[in-house]
Design a protein around this ligand. Structure first.
Ligand code: ZN
Length: 425
């Protein structure tokens, strides 16, 4: 699947576009609960997999927070001299998408195509560097089916009889097959079971060996899209194995960072990791580090499709909002914390952006190299973009007050903010 246009290379770090080099990045690892090195120790290839959208409602601020967070990581990695390989999927066939298509009388393919295009436009506007591989499940069905067959051949998958008039033969993954199961979330069985029921699992389905066992292949039902897969029969892939198959094919194992929103820790990332670890038992853990972005709330409630309280990036764009102000509002919050979107936050960001633009346009200011160093230092420490924003604020206030004699400061701060924070000033 086509991704979206990359920002101008001059607006990205790497290849000497900023003086010196960025620092090694440390991130909070969900699996250990501690900060750890993210990416290779020396300049080299850094592999990032971030779970993509289910395209039935366009990009809301919660999505934007996730993709901007991992964009900050990609930029910090490039600045540190790494060659970033980034892969993202699109869950373009899944229950919620099919349900929405049926409810609105739209063909599910049309709904997905339209929403994916909106997502591309939003990512472009927010200056998010696109993944090299952007893959829909529909185009990866053969890959996913092969992974499910491999699991069956390895004895790490089983078929379940039909219930409630449904067909026999849905394929499930026994979580007991992975000795490391539970390592990503660190949750107890009761909490896992509750989350499974809440987030697309079917813990109460009869015939499963363990209530937590996730679906790998759903046998075709009348009126649902399906694909004929040798050895599996007509059907469609389960959610978690889709990401596993795509990541193993396009990044190999282990990936440096598996990223996503914190609502993906369990079951999605736990199951995806287990699938991979059973498929490649000698390749180590699926990911070296699991990183999860916080949830964005509106009026005190988590922004979600099911609650219907979405602030859409496309609507802000349509209302004439400068996407740089939207991105600045996002990076002024810590990516890993839950935070709240408000009109006041956006107004503050507009004002801050105007101040920064006025400051970099001045003929001289305080030392720009110190700002670059401080921004690098803050980003290397768990992507502390709010700390980086404070450093630029302090510099801008001083420059606007007429302090400093450095004639190159404005240009260097402009390049720093544009390349490392992704905010066009
Ligand atoms: Zn995923």
């Amino acid at each position: 699947m086509r991704s979206w246009p990359a920002p101008d290379p001059h607006d990205l770090p790497g290849a000497g576009r900023l003086p010196g080099r960025g620092l090694p990045v440390r991130l909070h690892d969900t699996a250990t609960g501690a900060l750890a090195a993210a990416g290779p120790a020396a300049p080299g290839r850094a592999a990032l997999y971030v779970c993509g959208i289910t395209p039935y409602d366009a990009t809301h601020l919660g999505h934007a927070n996730t993709y901007v967070a991992f964009d900050l990581l990609g930029r910090a990695w490039r600045d540190a001299g790494h060659d970033v390989t980034y892969v993202q999927n699109v869950t373009d066939v899944d229950d919620p998408l099919l349900e929405r298509a049926t409810a609105t009388g739209v063909d599910w393919r049309e709904l997905a195509a339209e929403q994916v295009q909106l997502f591309r436009d939003d990512m472009t506007a927010l200056s998010v560097v696109p993944p090299q591989e952007y893959l829909g499940v529909v185009e990866a069905v053969d890959l996913v089916a092969a992974a499910v067959r491999d699991l069956l051949d390895a004895g790490a998958a089983y078929r379940v009889p039909g219930t409630g008039g449904g067909p026999d033969g849905d394929v499930y993954f026994p979580v007991a097959a992975d000795p490391a199961f539970g390592q990503v979330s660190g949750l107890h069985a009761a909490a896992m079971r509750a989350l499974s029921a809440e987030r697309g699992g079917d813990p109460d389905r009869p015939g499963k060996r363990d209530p937590l066992d996730p679906l790998l292949w759903r046998v075709a039902r009348p009126g649902e899209p399906s694909w004929d897969a040798a050895g599996l029969g007509a059907g469609r892939p389960g959610w978690h194995v889709e990401c596993t198959a795509i990541a193993l094919q396009h990044l190999g194992m282990p990936v440096d960072v598996q990223g996503g929103g914190s609502d993906l820790v369990f079951p999605h990332h736990e199951m995806g990791a287990s699938h991979a670890q059973v498929l490649r038992p000698h390749a180590g853990p699926f990911a070296r580090l699991y990183a999860h972005s916080g949830m964005v709330a509106l009026d005190g409630e988590k922004m979600s499709k099911s609650r219907g309280n979405l602030v859409l990036v496309s609507r802000l764009r349509a209302a004439g909002e400068d996407p740089a102000a939207v991105r600045l509002a996002i990076v002024s919050q810590h990516w890993r914390e839950d935070w709240e979107w408000t009109g006041a936050l956006l107004a503050d960001s507009r004002e801050r952006l105007a101040r920064w633009r006025a400051a970099v346009a001045r003929p001289a200011g305080p030392d720009g190299a110190a700002v670059l160093a401080r921004v690098r230092e803050r980003l290397a420490e768990d992507l502390d973009a709010p700390g980086a924003v404070r450093a630029v604020d302090a510099w801008a206030d001083a420059a606007l007050a007429g302090a400093g004699q450095d004639p190159d400061a404005g240009d260097l701060v402009r390049r720093t903010v544009t390349a490392l924070l992704g905010v066009a000033v």
